[in-house]
Design a protein around this ligand. Structure first.
Ligand code: DAH
Length: 362
């Protein structure tokens, strides 16, 4: 005769004294798993006499239910105990210094771009952008550089194949050689008056200590009814004072020629060299920093602006060049080599951002 009571007691005792959920699982398999003792007993019901089966069947069901309930209750207990145990054993010393994390840093080009934007924003200029793959219409023609103009040759232009037509006779077929095409695009789209700067990448087929095939420029454009060369001068002097963080500095406006401005001026900043180091602001030398002038009426007309009513100034300068001057970086090519030692030396902490009211260079 089956001693269900004994089996019941055996498993309840085992369950009661199991010390881990793993052990509990083994007991479950032993009792009610596929080949467990109780499972096999239940399977044997089929071989019993009818009367005996009527008697034993509910007892076995009951036995199985008891075991299942005991397993569940013990499991809950064990879980709680395990949590308590791990709370006692595993703890964190939050007073300890954290491990040093390798943070990214801000490249001097990004940093100087931010500095330039924050200074011009303070002077009321907003930021505009244009595509890096341009049509020769925007890059040259609209800027008063027709196909046979000698300036086209001076630019060392990269030409590209194909491209969708963006304007009658105008297909994106050059990598822009300067940021000046953004002038045209901005005026076409937004009209005038306007005060914008357009920082971005430009491309020329050139490579030496001071030239890389990709570099960065920032274009400036201010158009209104009464904007004059005097305004240009004031804006550039204010910009240079803020950028180089110097109260006193001398700029020289030297007559020059650009097809898109008339008159045109190149701007030099006073400087000197001592021990092979450049000092900006004083001395007997001059260093060219940008090109500028009054926007040529043909450029305004090309952008759909009435050149009888509106006039203004434009300028263009090299961002990388400004970074080299301000932060004493000797070789332009090193900017784009991603040498970690160079980056650690010349780049900026992401936690400091340029701020006109504090120190711009952080
Ligand atoms: N686009 C000229 C260049 O890349 C720079 C320049 C000169 C831009 C005079 C201007 C300007 O807007 O007025 O060399």
């Amino acid at each position: 005769m089956l001693d269900i009571e004994t089996i019941n007691k055996k498993y309840l005792d085992l369950i009661g004294s199991a010390e881990s959920t793993e052990k509990l699982d083994n007991i479950r398999l032993e009792a009610i798993g596929k080949k467990g003792e109780v499972t096999l007993l239940m399977r044997s019901l089929g071989n019993m006499e009818h009367q005996e089966r009527l008697h034993v069947s509910p007892l076995l069901n009951n036995l199985k239910k008891n075991i299942e309930e005991a397993l569940l209750a013990r499991k809950e207990n064990l879980k709680e105990e395990e949590i308590k145990l791990s709370m006692n054993n595993e703890w964190l010393d939050l007073s300890q210094d954290s491990r040093e994390i390798n943070k990214g840093s801000i490249h001097p080009v990004s940093r100087v771009t931010e500095e330039i934007i924050s200074i011009f924003a303070d002077l009321g200029f907003s930021v505009a952008e244009g595509p890096q793959i341009e049509s020769d219409w925007y890059n040259f023609d609209a800027l008063n550089i027709p196909p046979d103009h000698p300036a086209r040759q001076e630019f060392d232009t990269f030409y590209v194949d194909g491209g969708k037509q963006i304007k009658e006779g105008s297909v994106p077929n050059v990598l822009r050689t300067h940021t000046s095409p953004v002038q045209i695009r901005f005026m076409e789209e937004n009209g005038v008056p306007c005060k914008i700067i357009a920082p971005g990448r430009v491309f020329r087929s050139d490579y030496d200590l001071t030239h890389t095939p990709m570099f960065h420029q920032v274009e400036g454009l201010a158009i209104g009814e009464k904007i004059s060369m005097a305004n240009l001068k004031w804006v550039l002097v204010e910009f240079c004072k803020a950028f180089f963080e110097l109260e006193d500095l001398d700029l020289r406006f030297r007559a020059s020629h650009f097809p898109f401005t008339e008159p045109s001026a190149e701007v030099d900043i006073r400087c000197s060299w001592s021990d092979n180091k450049l000092v900006i602001g004083k001395g007997d030398d001059w260093l060219e920093i940008l090109g500028s002038g009054m926007v040529h009426p043909k450029v305004l007309e090309a952008a759909g602006v009435d050149s009888e009513k509106y006039q203004g100034f434009a300028f263009g300068m090299g961002i990388d060049r400004l970074a080299m001057l301000k932060y004493g970086i000797p070789d332009l090519r090193s900017f784009f080599e991603n040498d970690l030692r160079w980056l650690e030396h010349y780049s900026f902490s992401p936690e400091s951002s340029p701020n006109l009211y504090d120190k711009l260079s952080g």
